[in-house]
Design a protein around this ligand. Structure first.
Ligand code: AHG
Ligand code: MN
Ligand code: MN
Length: 335
């Protein structure tokens, strides 16, 4: 019996990045080395997620993080895993994590660690114990070249989302999917557990320019801006569906593939919105725009916002062009 031919069309993330970089002579192999650190970390995290119940990683640690949120055991594991996998890549200078109070300078700022990697190690932590999709989000910047070496890391970190070199996420769902962009389209990979590699399954993913699905936590409706409340009434009248998972990565992944709009507006509890600009809104906004969608804070383009502090929060309206524009219409018709 002839042996089964090895499937010809396996493209791993590393191969894909190198092919992408061939199209951009200025890019160096440095970037594929950085991204392989991220994919390694997410494969380790995935191995915990898949057996959380028996790996004793359910539940909280009893600690509170800088966000004032209860830290889950898997938050800590994911955070430590990413720091370990990225900490020795040699070309990363600064790490910024949702779970850390301050930026972590890995190399002295004069060093050749030219990249800044910002991440939400585990997004959707409230869903861990009930086996609902969760994820990891990352964003990559280059250190600025106009900052004195003696200055601290802040200026390298507090750059607008337009400066991102790359962004992506891994959603630990019914399958484990990596989506990333380096500014040349959004590409998706599925983790093949048989070979332990992310394998390309879709290039240049485009978001439908409309979709009759809105995604918001309506429990907070009473404290949403009036314009948002009027939009929600309109959408119901147009027979939109509501889908809300409570993990940004999962809600965004559905919106990216099916169209629609995800909203986390300002609320009484979170007057600036709940989601963090640097490592949640910016990477998702980069991906959304690369796929032909849009992302605003209800007033301006997310990617143009100049961050003032590391864990700054922002309202977020993200999804199909036409759906985001519709929300904007209701907001500008008097909030
Ligand atoms: P994280 O687990 O990293 O803190 O993020 C949770 C975020 C985001 O994933 C999700 O969209 C949002 O919290 C849900 O918030 P509510 O529970 O307030 O709806
Ligand atoms: Mn998150
Ligand atoms: Mn998180």
């Amino acid at each position: 019996m002839t042996p089964r031919a090895h499937p010809r069309n396996i493209t791993t993330v590393a191969q894909h990045i190198i092919e992408q970089q061939r199209a951009h002579p200025t890019a160096t192999g440095q970037f594929s080395w950085l991204l392989s650190g991220i994919t390694l970390a997410t494969k380790i995290i995935e191995s915990y997620v898949r057996r959380a119940g028996i790996a004793n990683v359910f539940g909280g640690t009893g600690d509170e993080n800088v966000q004032g949120e209860q830290v889950q055991k898997l938050d800590v594991i994911a955070n430590e895993t990413i720091k370990r996998c990225l900490g020795y890549r040699g070309n990363i200078g600064i790490l910024v994590s949702e779970e850390e109070d301050e930026p972590r300078v890995i190399q002295n700022l004069k060093g050749d660690g030219r990249y800044v990697v910002l991440f939400d190690p585990l997004d959707g932590s409230s869903n861990i114990d009930v086996n609902v999709s969760i994820g990891t989000i990352f964003s990559v910047l280059a250190k600025r070249d106009d900052v004195w070496p003696g200055e601290g890391p802040e200026k390298h970190v507090l750059q607008p989302g337009l400066k991102q070199l790359a962004a992506g996420y891994v959603v630990y769902g019914s399958s484990t999917v990596l989506a990333y962009t380096t500014g040349d389209g959004v590409h998706m990979f599925t983790l093949n557990p048989d070979i332990g590699a992310f394998v390309l399954h879709q290039e240049r993913v485009t978001m439908p320019d409309k979709g009759k699905t809105y995604s918001v936590n309506e429990a907070y409706r009473a404290s949403f801006p009036d314009g948002v409340q009027r939009y929600l009434d309109w959408a119901k009248g147009e027979n939109y569906s509501l889908r809300y998972i409570g993990s940004l990565v999962a809600d965004f992944h559905r919106t990216l593939l099916r169209g629609g709009v995800f909203l986390y507006p300002p609320t009484k509890k979170s007057p600036q919105g709940k989601l963090r600009l640097l490592y949640e809104a910016n990477p998702m906004a980069f991906l959304a725009e690369q796929a032909g969608g849009a992302a605003t804070d209800g007033r301006s383009r997310v990617l143009e916002k100049v961050p003032r502090e590391m864990h700054e929060r922002t309202p977020l309206v993200i999804g199909s062009q036409q759906e985001v524009a519709r929300v904007q219409e209701f907001l500008s018709a008097g909030s």
